[in-house]
Design a protein around this ligand. Structure first.
Ligand SMILES: *[C@@H]1O[C@H](CO)[C@@H](O)[C@H](O)[C@H]1NC(C)=O
Ligand SMILES: *[C@@H]1O[C@H](CO)[C@@H](O)[C@H](O)[C@H]1NC(C)=O
Ligand SMILES: *[C@@H]1O[C@H](CO)[C@@H](O)[C@H](O)[C@H]1NC(C)=O
Ligand SMILES: *[C@@H]1O[C@H](CO)[C@@H](O)[C@H](O)[C@H]1NC(C)=O
Ligand SMILES: *[C@@H]1O[C@H](CO)[C@@H](O)[C@H](O)[C@H]1NC(C)=O
Ligand SMILES: *[C@@H]1O[C@H](CO)[C@@H](O)[C@H](O)[C@H]1NC(C)=O
Ligand SMILES: *[C@@H]1O[C@H](CO)[C@@H](O)[C@H](O)[C@H]1NC(C)=O
Length: 483
């Protein structure tokens, strides 16, 4: 009890020293909560309760963050949980007292529209507003975009829907919407996921178009829509494009490489869960030299053919080919031609017996990650052990069995090794490999059939090791150090 009293006393001292939050912002928070409660049911936080109990410094209230310098509210997190709350008609005036607001999170709030003249466009009166998250509100995206288009300070905008969502068109339109907005010229990142949209022109509502609007957009997440392969040539209107997510769309067939090469700043391209058959070059095509990361997989197309067509991505450093059948024997030969790839992610993809036996020629590899791949058999004692520069190996949850091949000890650059969830066996003490792997920082051999001596003395020289998991193996008494 005494301690609690002391804590409360300390709390009030801090409140006094910090002068508390601004009175107008405290009452605005209380009004906001009253509005959310009367219209939306779910109580995200109990600010009124804090206030009634004398915790009046709203900068210490949950879901509120203030600037240390000014005591002004800079972040409001009103995100709710999936499927909670009744319909809410947004009222922008409730947010205008927070003059320094930078981040506003309103996902899953069941916003179906706004009250008359109180749409999102009015938030342009908050000159520092940079990040707005409105994901998973059942409001028609086109109407939403034309209202948000007025908040020219925005740098990050997150929108998205569940595939099942049926959209509401707000009953009242902001009077501003009929005029032309200036566009989100500061926008760097846009999430626009799950709307099933097939026409990119919808983004013109944010002030797109050739030379205006979204000219600084670097990172659009357009996954889970219905774009087809014409999307690449349409994206030329965003000259700053660097990081593009087009996973789970309807991009099928042969992709014209020149359309991708035209996106000349693109570094990261996610095409997971489409059905691309190959990337085709025409005579005299240049190479795609800016792209470093490419994500493919979860498709029915011929993976050998896709991999063979990746040659024009001449600067590819990281390739992900996940959730795919990669058992064709030719897959490995196509992969080996991608000689600059350093990071290879094959999570959930099934591989052929000859994969590990032949991957050693990808000498540039630093990371080989192939968890949850359902591969079986014993680990071969050659091939993969020629990966001289390998730093991370992830074989989690395959069905590898037998003892560890001695060549594993040759991978002396290995920092991170996970063999968790296989059927590997043998006494750890009888292996010389561990004494050679002194670069290890992370080692997980849990859920196997190893015998691990109680003293862990095999790892006594591993001064860099910070994570070791040997659980769910057999721990045995030490026999070695009985001197
Ligand atoms: C919107 O909020 C403002 C500020 O609290 C309030 O004065 C106004 O009545 C509200 N509008 C509607 C239609 O509820
Ligand atoms: C609201 O905007 C939509 C789309 O711009 C338009 O079709 C509709 O007629 C407008 N409704 C009102 C009440 O102005
Ligand atoms: C691809 O998408 C564009 C833009 O929505 C559309 O005009 C075109 O008809 C589509 N092409 C095919 C083959 O579906
Ligand atoms: C897949 O493509 C490779 C290389 O283009 C070809 O040799 C092979 O026959 C194809 N496999 C199937 C099943 O079509
Ligand atoms: C690998 O590259 C060489 C040289 O460009 C080419 O001749 C060969 O067909 C390629 N192999 C595969 C499997 O793509
Ligand atoms: C592993 O290293 C040993 C000793 O340096 C060497 O004899 C052996 O050939 C190497 N094995 C492989 C597969 O590189
Ligand atoms: C640890 O290093 C010392 C000195 O190099 C060596 O004598 C000892 O055998 C090593 N221990 C293990 C478990 O490798």
């Amino acid at each position: 009890m005494g301690n609690i009293k002391f804590l409360l006393l300390a709390f009030f001292l801090i409140v006094n020293v910090a002068n508390g939050c601004w009175e107008e912002e405290r009452s605005a928070l209380l009004e906001l909560q009253a509005n959310i409660m009367s219209l939306n049911g779910e109580l995200v936080v109990d600010w009124a309760g804090y206030n009634a109990n004398g915790f009046i410094n709203c900068c210490f209230w949950k879901k509120v963050k203030c600037s240390l310098a000014t005591g002004r509210v800079i972040e409001l997190d009103l995100a709710a949980r999936f499927g909670s709350g009744d319909d809410w008609r947004f009222n922008a005036s409730l947010f205008l007292p927070f003059k320094s607001l930078q981040l506003l999170f309103l996902s899953y709030r069941n916003i179906i529209g706004w009250t008359k003249n109180e749409g999102f466009s009015k938030l342009r009166q908050l000159p520092n507003l940079k990040v707005v998250d409105l994901q998973y509100n059942p409001i028609d995206p086109k109407v939403l975009l034309s209202s948000l288009c007025w908040i020219s300070s925005l740098e990050v905008l997150k929108l998205g829907a569940d595939v099942e969502t049926s959209f509401n068109v707000p009953a009242y339109n902001s009077s501003m919407m009929s005029k032309k907005c200036g566009g989100l010229t500061n926008l760097r990142e846009l999430k626009f996921e799950g709307y099933g949209i097939s026409d990119i022109n919808i983004l013109f509502a944010l002030g797109g178009g050739a030379n205006s609007g979204l000219r600084n957009l670097e990172k659009p997440h357009l996954n889970d829509n219905s774009f087809n392969s014409t999307i690449f040539s349409s994206l030329k209107i965003f000259p700053s494009l660097k990081h593009l997510n087009l996973a789970a769309n309807d991009i099928n067939g042969n992709i014209e490489m020149n359309d991708i090469i035209a996106l000349s700043n693109l570094k990261h391209l996610d095409l997971w869960n489409n059905n691309i058959e190959s990337f085709v070059t025409t005579k005299g095509s240049k190479r795609m030299s800016s792209l470093h990361n490419l994500l493919l997989g979860s498709s029915n197309s011929n993976s050998s053919r896709v991999l063979q067509s990746l040659k024009s991505f001449s600067s590819l450093k990281s390739l992900s080919y996940e959730d795919n059948d990669l058992t064709a024997t030719t897959t490995i030969y196509a992969l080996r031609n991608l000689s600059k790839v350093e990071y290879l992610y094959l999570t959930g993809s099934s591989l052929n017996d000859n994969f590990l036996a032949n991957i050693g020629q990808m000498t540039s590899l630093k990371v080989l990650s192939m968890p949850f791949a359902g591969n079986d058999g014993t680990l071969p004692n050659q091939g993969w052990c020629e990966l001289k520069h390998i730093e991370e190996l992830d074989f989690v949850d395959n069905n590898f069995e037998g003892t560890l091949p001695s060549c594993l000890g040759n991978l002396t650059s290995l920092r991170w090794l996970s063999l968790n969830g296989n059927y590997l066996r043998g006494n750890i003490a009888s292996h010389s490999i561990w004494s050679r792997l002194t670069s290890l920082e992370y080692l997980d051999i849990a859920y196997n059939q190893f015998e691990v001596p109680l003293s862990f003395s095999q790892f006594s020289n591993h001064t860099k090791l910070i994570y070791l998991d040997v659980s769910s193996n057999t721990i045995i008494p030490d026999t070695e150090f009985q001197n």
